[in-house]
Write a protein that binds this ligand. Structure first.
Ligand code: PLP
Length: 364
């Protein structure tokens, strides 16, 4: 990306000169890379500033379009969605849409029976994320999409945590809209993409009006260097995905085995089966470790982990994801959301175990 900021910059919409054309070529090459990674066509990809914006364009855009043209004013959303999806549907509720929140089971899996019961001919959209950011549970997207389509509803999936980590193919999943984010797959911050299905055609009411970029769905000058970085990052993530999955699964197993040997009490949040969860996610609750001791020990050992919730101050509300899965408010506060990255090593997880044992000593 570096030379694209300094020497070879250009506005991809300035197609009257060579610099603009070169920038446009780079953007289109990145669009192809992203489309290839998720099984889409290049013209189904809309660039955004990240998954938050992509989710807002999808949820607000689809609901408003369908309400205006088809009188569908009902939106179904699962309890464990990311706050940007929940925030967007709350905004729709204030506009007069009928929003129905649907439950998950204790592993965080969508209740498809509740979905089927809630779907009707007024339903515009169903929101179900591909994989959960806090507990890693992978959702039955293809099954949910089939149910949604049987009622004429569209399915939007927030795949910010899934793309680059598990296989995501928009045709196999039969989704109508799907979001992804650059910085969740080692790409740059400030860029993401929205897949908008063409056949059958999904139409959206745009949120941002202007110069007609991105087929009128998202006006504004495209950040060409960020887009090039996103395209490259997704290609690299896909190339490493299978090997990374195997490595993360074995690291995770190793940590759990050591914890079992240590006798420290813990519970694993999310799906038990490795096939039903993100390989790099580990959400663990520790009933014997008070939150303060837990996080002080993590900080003392230089370990960057968070709890279920995005905020780490003392009196945060318990995670809405863990709460929806039936975890008590107290235990939700004693939870670590551990993310294994590209460079996470066994030594890192041994350090994490040490930190947990320190917390146990301090708490005793
Ligand atoms: C990070 C994340 C988002 C927000 O993505 P940004 O690109 O940071 O806006 C949305 N949904 C999920 C599931 C995420 O993990």
């Amino acid at each position: 990306m570096q030379p694209l900021w300094t020497e070879r910059f250009g506005n991809p919409a300035s197609v009257e000169h060579q610099r603009g054309l070169a920038a446009a070529d780079r953007v289109e090459a990145a669009r192809q890379e992203i489309a290839r990674a998720i099984g889409a066509e290049a013209r189904e990809i809309v660039f955004t500033s990240g998954a938050t914006e992509a989710n807002n364009i999808a949820v607000l855009g689809a609901a408003r379009f369908r309400a205006a043209h088809e009188d569908r004013r009902r939106v179904l959303v699962f309890e464990t969605e990311h706050s940007c999806v929940l925030g967007a549907v709350n905004a729709l509720a204030e506009e007069g849409f009928e929003v129905v929140r649907l439950p998950v089971d204790e592993a965080g899996r969508a209740d498809l029976g509740a979905l089927e019961a809630a779907l009707d001919t007024q339903t515009a959209l169903v929101c179900l994320m591909t994989a959960n950011n806090e507990v890693g549970t992978i959702q039955p997207i293809a099954e949910a999409a089939a149910l949604a389509h049987a009622a004429g509803a569209w399915l939007h999936s927030d795949a910010a945590q899934a793309v680059g980590k598990i296989e995501v193919n928009v045709r196999a999943l039969e989704v109508d809209l799907l979001s992804l984010s650059g910085h969740k797959l080692y790409g740059p911050m400030g860029v993401g993409a929205l897949f908008v299905r063409r056949r059958p055609r999904v139409r959206l009411a745009p949120l941002v009006h202007g110069g007609g970029q991105e087929r009128g769905l998202r006006a504004g000058t495209l950040p060409m260097p960020l887009i090039v970085g996103l395209g490259h990052a997704i290609t690299l993530a896909e190339a490493a995905r299978v090997a990374t999955t195997a490595r993360h699964r074995s690291l995770r197993e190793g940590l759990l085995q050591r914890l079992d040997r240590s006798g420290l009490r813990y519970s694993l949040n999310g799906a038990a089966s490795p096939e039903q969860r993100l390989p790099g996610n580990l959400s663990l609750s520790f009933p014997d470790l008070p939150r303060d001791a837990l996080f002080a020990a993590m900080a003392a050992h230089g370990i960057a982990v968070s709890s279920g919730s995005a905020c780490s101050s003392h009196d945060v509300a318990p995670s809405h994801v863990l709460t929806a899965m039936g975890v008590s408010a107290a235990l939700a506060q004693q939870t670590l959301r551990i993310g294994l990255g590209r460079d996470t090593s066994e030594a890192d997880l041994i350090a994490l175990e040490k930190a947990l044992l320190t917390a146990r000593t301090k708490a005793a």
